[in-house]
Design a protein around this ligand. Sequence first.
Ligand SMILES: Cc1ncc(COP(=O)(O)O)c(C=O)c1O
Length: 356
Amino acid sequence: MSANPHIKRSVAAISGYTPGEQLRRPCLVKLNTNENPYPPSPAVAAVLHDFTADDLRRYPDPVCKELRAIIAERHGVTPEQVFVGNGSDEILALATRAFVEDDGQIGFLDPSYSLYPVLAAIRGVGALAVALDRDFVARLPESCAAALFLLANPNAPTGRLCPIMEVEAFARRFAGVLLVDEAYADFASDNAMRLAASRPNVLVMRTLSKSYSLAGLRLGYAVGPADLIAALYTIKDSYNVDLLAQRIAAAALRDEAAMLANVARVRATRTRLAARLAELGYAVTPSETNFLWVYPPARLAAQAVYARLKAQDILVRHFPGVRTGAHLRITVGTDQEVERLLAALKALNGAGEGSL
Ligand SMILES: Cc1ncc(COP(=O)(O)O)c(C=O)c1O
């Protein structure tokens, strides 16, 4: 079938981002999109309880003043150094429009967050992929011609943290804007937020989707030099963050203790899960996130393990492709969910020779 001629050729040519499956089945063990298995702060439920339909008559604050003040205080910067977006995905898209000329390039690691090359394609600019080494360790380039570098740290889907000293050294030698995507920083041992306050070309981005258990809310933010932040404000949609999201995010951010308690539980389960997977013969990449990047034991193909688990209502993530296709990404769930996963994997190990 030929493409509809009304659609721009460049758009028709893009394959688009493939999100993780969002199946809704009651008994599903959902370990495929790095959501938090624990509920958000009780303060979130309180906001929802008090929210009235009448509240929706008016537009929200277009520049999220209250939220920016909370975030600025948290990170020791001024509100002018904070941008709030409709999820961090929105901020990534805005950065590709604000910091890259039409003949420019966007850099990122490979493999990394699979949205990055899609954003470069949507923006119609070059993509400069910097290969991770064979153990998925990042070697940040000595020189890089990109105008914008999107650095997921810790990286997804591998879970590894690139030492912040190396990130800082890269920021110093890199002539473009370095956007450090810290979606998983709360699960990690270090982060680059100090660079956002000190380097003229560094933006550090966080999301409430993972550690704050609010993936459904769509709230992300970036911290960095005021001039870069102002550029993002210039081009954003008028009301990019809705009223309910602003109120809920403010309540959640004020209750940092609830987030930290959930993170501690996830990290403890991560350690146990990694040890048990290793016992089952899986090679587990060291993780500073809420997921594990694993390589199944010799006889099992990752794609087949994924399919077998899915047949038992256990969803993990498989990314087809040369660098990623032999691995699986497994989100750290509750202890109960993880037990179901491990029991299923154990049964697969015991399945007859050649069955996978
Ligand atoms: C590295 C990375 N950045 C950003 C995001 C998206 O975050 P948000 O939900 O805030 O758009 C994800 C989600 O999976 C991610 O893995």
